[in-house]
Design a binder for this molecule. Structure first.
Ligand code: SF4
Length: 284
């Protein structure tokens, strides 16, 4: 669905200050690394980069899927670079991170969906600092048990997979994904390790109803999901799925309270919350 971008309300007027992003842009350029902060046009980029926080996007910045909500480009994916895990570790040392989030584009072109590269990146990070908290935000791996197990066996601290939206809207915004399959990813991760924390996230403002959101929260708890992030969807361009409504900050607080009642251990909920926003707070 495309159209005219709607006027944002007052609570969504965060500005990006490019001078605050310069140092990290330079570092990632030197190390030839990608971040989802830049590729997904995250509105928190100057806030996070000025605090030397970033979310790494591994296995290139071209996705094999073409979700209508996402700013990451689609097309022929990049070749896998075997030195990337080491370069991510180098960047983490330089930034002095204590909690790092690693995500990737969806790599349907690779047999295991890139699970091995995730595992190698986790291993490289744990090798430089065994106290480092490593969170992986993975694609659905088509719910392949062996891929999910490969990632879990590398011992990340948090295994995250975002449902992104309610099941009714999958055909409009996540065309190549399946709601039940994504739930299965989280269920399998939990079944492979009792110690793993699982996490998921939803974008709000795509046209979902309150009941649909609460049903998703119940489904997530059903598969043992521990952590939740809820944020406002923002249209990346006029060619992407358009914002249906702007959710008032009070409604985000309402959902956060509901999430607590459902039993989530920690929830971040607010207009500018993104899956990796203040990621270290989930474990504190
Ligand atoms: S919220 Fe996450 S994706 Fe956005 S700038 Fe911060 S670390 Fe990057």
């Amino acid at each position: 669905m495309s159209g005219v971008i709607r006027q944002k309300p007052d609570w969504l007027k965060k500005k990006i200050h490019l001078q605050e992003t310069y140092e990290l842009y330079k570092l990632f350029g030197t190390l030839n690394l990608h971040t989802v902060c830049k590729e997904a046009l995250c509105p928190n980029i100057s806030e996070c980069f000025s605090k030397k926080i970033a979310t790494f996007l591994i296995m290139g910045c071209t996705c094999t899927r073409n979700c209508d909500f996402c700013a990451v480009k689609n097309g022929m994916p990049d070749k896998i670079d075997k030195s990337e895990p080491q370069r991510v570790a180098e960047a983490v040392i330089k930034l002095g991170l204590k909690h790092v989030v690693i995500t990737s584009v969806t790599r349907d072109d690779i047999n295991d969906g890139g699970a091995e590269i995730f595992a190698k990146t986790i291993a490289a990070l744990k090798a430089v600092d065994k106290e480092l908290k490593v969170e992986v935000l993975v694609p659905d791996f088509k719910a392949s048990a062996s891929s999910i197990k490969k990632v879990i066996q590398a011992n990340p601290d948090i295994f995250a997979h975002n449902l992104e939206t309610v099941p009714r809207l999958y055909s409009k915004v996540r065309q190549d994904a399946q709601y039940e399959r994504s739930l299965e990813v989280l269920a399998k991760a939990k079944s492979f390790s009792k110690n793993i924390y699982t996490k998921s996230g939803l974008m709000l403002g795509l046209g979902e109803t309150e009941k649909e959101v609460l049903d998703v929260l119940a489904d997530l708890r059903q598969v043992g999901c521990d952590f939740l992030s809820l944020g406002q969807y923002l249209t990346p361009s006029k060619n992407h799925y358009q914002v249906h409504d702007f959710i008032h900050p009070d409604k985000f607080i309402y959902y956060k309270n509901k999430a607590r009642e459902f039993g989530f251990l920690h929830t971040q909920s607010g207009p500018y919350v993104r899956s990796s926003y203040v990621a270290h707070e989930y474990l504190s």
